[in-house]
Each structure stands twice: as C-alpha cells, then as structure tokens.
Ligand binder design. Structure first.
Ligand code: KIV
Length: 264
C-alpha cells in the first residue's frame, strides 16, 4: 500500500487493469500493470449479463484465484460484488476475508462513500484487509442513479463527491476509483487527497488510470464510451483466425501431414 502512496508522492502514475482469468492476468502483469483488479465488470464482460449486479461472491473468488495463479507476483484487488457487503459490516468482513483467504487477493474494492460504507471500510482495515474505494458512477447502484451517467455535475453533487472521497480516505482506503466524473472535479479531488485516485472516465488529473482489459484490447466491440481508447482490435483478429481455421477444416487443408503423427 505504501508503494502506491509513494508513487503518488513521486508523481508516478499508477496503471491498473482488470483481469478475470489466468491468461489475461499474465498478459496484464507482463505488460506492466501495477495492480490487477478482478472487477465485477466480470458480470458483463466475462459472463454476459447486462449489469454487474448478478455476479456472486463465489464467482468473484473463483476468478480472482485464477488471476492469482496466472500472475503470482501481481497486486490483486477483488471487487466485492453487489450484496456481498451492503447488508451489514459483518457481511463486508466475511466477504473481505474470503477475498484474501480463498482467492489470495491483497485488497478489496467496494462502492460508495456514505457513512455506512465508511463503517465497512473501517472494519475491513481494522481486520487487516486493505480497501480501495470507488465513487462517482458506482455501477452496483445503476438503478438508483438512473443509468450510466456522469456524476458530480453541479455544485451540490460535486460537493457530495468531494465529501465522499474525504470520508473514504479518513476511513482508511489506500486508494480511490473515480468513475465518470468531470475532469476538473476529479483533478481537484486528486489534489486534495493524500491517497492515490484511479480514474476511469475522469480525465487526466487522477493519479492513475484503470481500464477494463477486454475494452482496451477491442474484445468488446459494441462498447464505445467516450472515455475508452482502444489499443487493439483483437475481436476482429480472433474472428479472422476462426474463419481461417473453419475454411481450412472444410477444405481439407487442416490437419495436414505437418500437424499429424507418424506410426513410429
Ligand atoms: O468492475 C470494474 O471493472 C471496475 C472498474 C471499471 C473500476 O470497477
């Protein structure tokens, strides 16, 4: 945790990527990510749901354990899924415990900056479980927020977000995700906090940046929010590879002698 604080103090930006399985964990870690987030975006990106709400703690633990095996040296954060912590501090503690004991994660992330959420953070930190906060657009509250829209526009909402960020820092979070927040507000919050902020759709003033790896690699072609920059078009490449394989099989080019075994 000290490492991320030191990075902020030294002005070194923190690179965070999602990972849901061993191969992607290996790629993201080898590519230089400072932190791997087993995000509950797994629900949409990996499991085909419309929102993050359906993914369970069992599923998150299962995937985080695969991430840990794929990148044993990585710093892994498990995103506590919807209703694994909202009902009580005890639930938050039990869920956080499973993240560290069963999945081998080093930290958990939870959404929201209310007093109630700060109590969860204090209890987790007290139990030795590092916590990353998450304010702004919090997808687990998508229905309450009325959709996936920018948060913190207007003085009152901006003040609310600043207060939430400070509350989470005071409760003991070691870092804070700012999602879909106007760039000037995200920069102000980042400046005001000692802990690093990790932006997504929050402009260049954050202390680090997170993206969903499948999005940056172009594996989720229908998803085109303004904040997303694609660095590859792997869905197109993968589809072309599958088409080439299918054509080879249908036309008898594969398997050929080179890919077959002799009798001895
Ligand atoms: O679930 C997730 O991938 C996240 C990031 C977008 C921050 O929460």
């Amino acid at each position: 945790m000290r490492r991320f604080l030191e990075m902020k103090r030294a002005g070194r930006r923190i690179v965070v990527l999602t990972a849901f399985d061993a191969p992607f964990a290996r790629i993201a870690h080898a590519g230089g990510a400072d932190m791997l987030l087993v995000g509950d975006s797994l629900a949409q990106v990996g499991l085909g749901y419309d929102t993050t709400l359906p993914v369970t703690l069992d599923e998150m633990v299962h995937h985080a354990a695969a991430v840990r095996r794929g990148a044993p040296e990585a710093f892994v954060v498990l995103d506590l899924p919807f209703m694994s912590y909202q009902a009580s501090v005890e639930d938050a503690l039990r869920a956080g415990g499973r993240a560290l004991k069963e999945a081998g994660a080093q930290a958990v992330k939870l959404e929201g900056g209310s007093e109630r959420r700060a109590a969860d953070v204090r209890a987790l930190v007290e139990a030795g479980i590092p916590v990353m906060g998450h304010v702004g657009l919090t997808p687990q509250s998508v229905h309450a927020l009325g959709g996936y829209r920018v948060q913190g526009r207007g003085d009152a909402d901006a003040r609310r977000l600043r207060d939430e960020a400070e509350r989470l820092q005071d409760a003991g979070c070691f870092s804070l995700v700012l999602e879909l927040v106007p760039a000037p507000l995200a920069a102000d919050i980042s400046e005001a906090l000692d802990i690093p902020t990790i932006g997504i759709g929050a402009g260049p003033g954050c202390d680090g940046q997170v993206l969903v790896t499948h999005d940056l690699l172009g594996l989720n072609p229908g998803f085109e929010p303004r904040f997303l920059k694609r660095y590859a078009s792997l869905a197109d490449e993968a589809r072309a590879a599958v088409e080439a394989f299918a054509a080879d099989v249908r036309e008898g080019r594969y398997p050929d002698a080179e890919h077959s075994f002799d009798a001895e």
